[in-house]
Write a protein that binds this ligand. Sequence first.
Ligand SMILES: Nc1ncnc2[nH]cnc12
Ligand SMILES: [Zn+2]
Length: 337
Amino acid sequence: MNAALIDVVKNMPKAELHIHIEGSLEPELIFALAQRNGVALSYTSIEALRAAYAFTDLQSFLDIYYAGASVLLTEQDFYDMTWAYLERAHADNVLHTELFFDPQTHTARGVEFGVFVSGIQRALKDAYTKWSMTGGLIMCFLRHLSEEEAFLTLEQALPYREHIIGIGLDSSERGHPPEKFVRVFARCKELGFHLVAHAGEEGPPAYIETALDLLRVERIDHGVRCIEDPILMRRLAHETMPLTVCPLSNIKLCVFEKMSQHNLLTLLDAGLVITVNSDDPAYFGGYMNDNFVAIVEALPVQRHHAQQLARNSFTAAFIDTDLKQKYLAQVDAFFAN
Ligand SMILES: Nc1ncnc2[nH]cnc12
Ligand SMILES: [Zn+2]
């Protein structure tokens, strides 16, 4: 075990670009909120809930993840969930974070758009005041629902657009290709949102291509199956298209059998803009630094890889040039010592 490198990856400044805020809901908070709101859960204890986190694929996780989110009802619930994540991120030296949220999971239960945007946004504002941590919100459409429902969600979001930096696409990937959402993504682009999409997590490399060509995304979330298509891999490197990779998630959801088989270092060495992220940390066994420690322990990561991963996280962030330069200088100063 490389103790010195583990210290480096823990302490280096970093950004997180792939975190579903509903996936940061820890079992303890699920139970506390269920009690606060009088919501019935189908698990009798925190331990029983945690024991159910034995996933076989993406769908087996999503079923539990959507059930967990059902305890979120009030603005304060969303604040508490987001604040708990931000405290963990701050402890992991995350200086900037871009949070995914799934509005349809909440509006379908009668929770109003303003309730969750306000709770999440208030926590981000407090993190900025307290630690100068910067952040933004990326609204995801659920791809197992229709494009018409995505359009409706976009309409509901427009009064809050100053709080939303980008649009994403998540949920069940197989059978729901990017082409299902071409029109709504085109509209989001016209409206000036940044665009990202989950692709090539469980779905084939062709979904990565259509996310690029038809949705015109600026980052690919996951994207690890690009390795099956060498031409696509070269394209991603050539276009400096960031991939927000989530190592612990990929193991928990059986994308790779074990961490020593993960391809992120191969992709990084091939020149792709790889970043490391936690995805749904409460469900997958760890936050940012847990992900970095896991890859250092299982893969031949070297110090220059760590620096590249830290730099990539800021290069790929949706922030203005001055802030980007400031953060990149902090990374380089950290590695100069
Ligand atoms: N890893 C993941 N893939 C797709 N949709 C998600 N929603 C939350 N986590 C997800
Ligand atoms: Zn994700």
